[in-house]
Design a protein around this ligand. Structure first.
Ligand code: UDX
Ligand code: UDX
Length: 463
């Protein structure tokens, strides 16, 4: 079977870039991305491609090449489903905030709604692809719903998890380490797998396209994220030990990273990992393990989250302790709010939690982030519901200029590793700060010796 029309439900950080790249690489396939959110679709259709709702290096160029040719963004979900041979489900699967599994399990409400809509609308056989990260065995729910429509339409369910990282999405999509496709191990399943393999094979070498059964594919996605997050928590755990022993975490990371069995990536100590995936996926893994009664397995992975929460809190406490045990009324400048550089995404960003902790101590915070708008900073803080939104707007000010953000501050805290922070005129920043002027480098990106020469008191992570 050759796919001619693709529909993707969900025009978010995953659906948008993934479909844009498929459309770019497969000009013969019509790709329609649909979303319930009208504003989001309007933004994807903005005449000015720089105004698309997801900031990713290189993405505007890809969108401007394919949009209107074979890439379309629409709110007409039914029509796109009806026309498609293959439907990607790329809606969000947040952690449940209510009921059983609250705070841990993935909320599959949207996934089920999508399945029901597909079942209702479809008049011809279709391949349904799980793109969203889902708990292992979700495909059986989808199958159940899709197989009981009673209208004779046949569905194949594939799992095709996304491994792109934000900030490098386009690069990751254009040359992935691997593409993973899971499907049923029978004739129908194998044909569906082959149809999806053919799409990726337009630009990905065949040996990098791995095929498995559905359950292995679903579980591999959770496992990959859990392993990556575990490395960050492991190095962060040791960063605290370094601060007590005169060892330097950067040197330790370099020393162990040259062991080819360990490898050098994901060993950067930080203020803590963020992003929409790591925490959510591990909580999910923990929940699944517990639901099978596997207490030790669940406890083992939960520790990765506990360590990460500890690292964020520890960073905030260090600021308070260093500023003579009180930050009440003191201005602390935050450079960075996004969960990592080169993205405007702030979901689960460490900055939010560090700020919340400092605000609890009545600090004043001045935020500058090159890509995050002021409104988002307030949305993130209000979402925690720790204090009223009025209080958040009184205590937090967002600036468009980093020098203004740092002016009259007692301390500067680096929360995101944006490259531009390294190029700043730090003498100018120092001159306009209160003394002693402190820097808390939550990403270890600044030149400590140079800053100390200027007169700063510098507190990196892990040394
Ligand atoms: C993705 C994955 O899908 C998720 O499972 C993964 O773990 C994180 O990344 P992401 O693209 O980042 O999600 O989410 P988001 O940016 O919130 O986009 C999801 C989109 O789906 C939203 O625009 C939302 O409006 C849309 N949606 C949601 C629908 O169109 N229909 C629905 O029923 C639900
Ligand atoms: C992650 C996975 O990498 C990706 O494969 C998956 O599809 C989605 O989840 P993402 O969350 O976009 O991607 O970013 P990632 O680069 O993995 O960083 C996650 C967090 O860990 C960030 O807050 C980052 O700053 C932090 N991190 C990463 C560290 O603190 N130290 C490191 O060495 C690496």
């Amino acid at each position: 079977m050759t796919v001619k029309k693709i529909c993707c439900i969900g025009a978010g950080y995953v659906g948008g870039p993934t479909m844009a790249v498929i459309a770019k690489q497969c000009p013969g396939i019509q790709v329609t991305v649909v979303d319930l959110n009208e504003a989001r679709i309007a933004a994807w259709n903005d005449q000015d491609v720089n105004k698309i709702p997801v900031y990713e290096p290189g993405l505007s160029e890809v969108v401007s090449e394919a949009r209107g040719r074979n890439l379309f963004f629409s709110t007409d979900v039914d029509k796109a489903i009806d026309e498609a041979d293959m439907i990607f489900i790329s809606v969000n699967t947040p952690t449940k905030t209510y009921g059983a599994g609250k705070g841990q399990a993935a909320d599959l409400k949207w996934i089920e709604l999508c399945a029901r809509q597909i079942a209702r609308v479809s008049k011809s056989d279709k391949i349904v692809v799980e793109k969203s990260t889902l708990p292992v065995r979700t495909a059986s729910t989808l199958k159940d719903i899709l197989q009981h429509t009673g209208n004779g339409v046949k569905f194949q369910i594939l799992s095709n998890p996304e491994f792109l990282a934000e900030g490098t999405a386009v690069e990751d999509l254009l040359s992935p380490d691997r593409v993973l496709i899971g499907g049923d191990q029978n004739e129908g399943g194998r044909k569906a797998i082959e149809a999806l393999v053919e799409i990726y094979a337009h630009w990905v070498p065949r040996e990098r396209i791995l095929t498995t059964n559905v359950w292995s594919s679903e579980l591999s996605k959770l496992t990959a994220n859990a392993f990556l997050a575990q490395r960050v928590s492991s190095i962060n755990a040791l960063s605290e030990l370094c601060e007590h022993t005169e060892a330097d975490i950067n040197e330790v990371a370099r020393a162990i990273g040259t062991d080819s069995r360990i490898g050098s990536k994901f060993l950067k100590a930080s203020v803590g990992f963020g992003g929409s995936c790591f925490q959510k996926d591990i909580l999910n893994l923990v929940y699944i393990a517990r639901s099978y009664g596997l207490t030790q397995v669940a406890d083992y992975w939960e520790q990765v989250i506990i360590m990460n929460d500890h690292q964020k809190k520890r960073f905030a406490n260090k600021i308070i302790k260093t500023l003579y045990n009180t930050v009440n009324g003191k201005k602390i400048a935050f450079l960075g709010w996004a969960f990592k550089k080169d993205t405007n995404d702030t979901r689960e960003s460490a900055a939010i939690y560090v700020a919340d902790h400092l605000l609890y101590e009545q600090a004043h915070i001045g935020v500058y982030d090159p890509k995050v708008p002021a409104q988002q900073v307030y949305i993130d803080l209000d979402y925690l519901a720790t204090r009223s939104s009025d209080e958040n707007s009184q205590l937090v000010q967002v600036y468009n200029d980093p020098y203004e953000a740092c002016k009259d501050a007692h301390a500067v805290a680096i929360l995101t590793e944006w490259d531009e922070f390294k190029q700043y005129d730090w003498q100018r920043i120092y001159d306009n700060m209160l003394k002693p002027a402190h820097i808390f480098d939550g990403r270890n990106i600044l030149d400590k010796a140079k800053l100390e020469n200027i007169g700063f008191k510098v507190c990196p992570i892990g040394s």
